[in-house]
Design a protein around this ligand. Structure first.
Ligand code: A2P
Length: 300
């Protein structure tokens, strides 16, 4: 299996990252240190996870040089107004204690009004290009090495990339798991040289138990003498995506980094099982944000 993917910038992004969403204060630092010791060189974070200080501290404590670790952060919905983008990034840089990050994503294709945490800004939501241009400037300033998006569906990707972009989105980070494997988006991404990153790859805390108990997953685990989590994480990399398993349990952090190529027949079986049931999204904040549409609907 590939250990890295090459982005349009030429940078190589490690295929397996530690995800730190819902990794709380007092535990995320240990998880990061355990991960770096186990060989991870990619931490996927965001401003809104409220743990960037502890992540940065753990990275410095680990002794692993900054330039050997891939750091991702994300621009929160409140800061899409062009004049708010650079200050938002600066805050993340300052918290992480670094001069640059490797990847900066627009966290959601949803802009909130300035200073608000739930009031939709319809204009900046319909047209993310002014926000994107600011991300492009951050690349030119050297504060960010690569830029991308998160939670964009195909129409929203088309809408953004219809503009005369200086840098195209290098990645789209989306929910991908057994329950919601999004084969059409994956196909579209491959055709358009866009790398997908799988968040909640195990089904998040809501569905992880069910995922790891699936008979087809358990059967592969037994056949290959690996764990169910390793089957799922390997499957993601074999599909050609970055995978971002979250854990704050040291033994699981170590376990999740061991990916192996599944024999084609077993991979195909799992792919077929995942894509044969009606897709069911595990996470969707549209209701809690009172959006007048579903953020993932094609006409959203
Ligand atoms: P914890 O962090 O307490 O170890 P996802 O990556 O899909 O978002 O899933 C994260 C959830 O899965 C968390 O509840 C995490 O628990 C749990 N988890 C992560 N890795 C494993 C594993 N190898 N085995 C069992 N549960 C896991």
């Amino acid at each position: 299996l590939p250990s890295h993917y090459t982005l349009p910038s030429g940078d190589k992004i490690p295929a397996v990252a530690l995800g730190v969403w819902q990794a709380g204060k007092g535990e995320v630092g240990e998880a990061v240190k355990t991960a770096l010791k186990a060989g991870y060189r990619h931490i996927d974070g965001a401003w809104v996870y409220r743990n960037e200080e502890e992540v940065g501290q753990a990275l410095r404590d680990s002794g692993v040089p900054r330039d050997q670790v891939w750091l991702t952060s994300k621009l929160w919905n409140t800061f899409h107004a062009p004049e708010d983008v650079e200050p938002a990034l600066d805050e993340s840089l300052q918290k992480l204690g670094t001069e640059y990050i490797d990847l900066y994503l627009i966290h959601w294709p949803i802009a909130f009004k300035k200073g608000s945490n739930n009031e939709l800004d319809p204009e900046l939501t319909a047209n993310p290009y002014p926000t994107w241009q600011k991300l492009e400037e951050l690349v030119d300033k050297g504060k960010v090495r690569n830029i991308g998006v998160s939670n964009f569906n195909i129409p929203r990707l088309r809408n953004l990339t219809a503009n005369p972009l200086k840098y195209k989105p290098a990645v789209n980070q989306v929910e991908l798991n057994y329950w919601n494997p999004q084969p059409e988006l994956l196909q579209w991404a491959k055709e358009n040289n866009l790398l997908l990153e799988a968040y909640s790859p195990l089904g998040s805390n809501k569905q992880v138990k069910e995922t790891l108990q699936l008979p087809e997953v358990k059967a592969i685990a037994e056949a290959l003498n690996i764990t169910p989590a390793q089957v799922i994480i390997s499957w993601h990399v074999q599909r050609g995506t970055v995978v971002l398993p979250k854990s704050v349990t040291p033994s699981r952090v170590v376990e999740n980094f061991q990916v192996v190529k599944l024999p084609d027949e077993l991979f195909n079986k799992l792919e077929k099982a995942a894509t044969s049931h009606p897709p069911q999204r595990v996470l969707n904040p549209s209701k809690s944000w009172n959006l007048p549409f579903d953020v993932f609907d094609d006409d959203g």
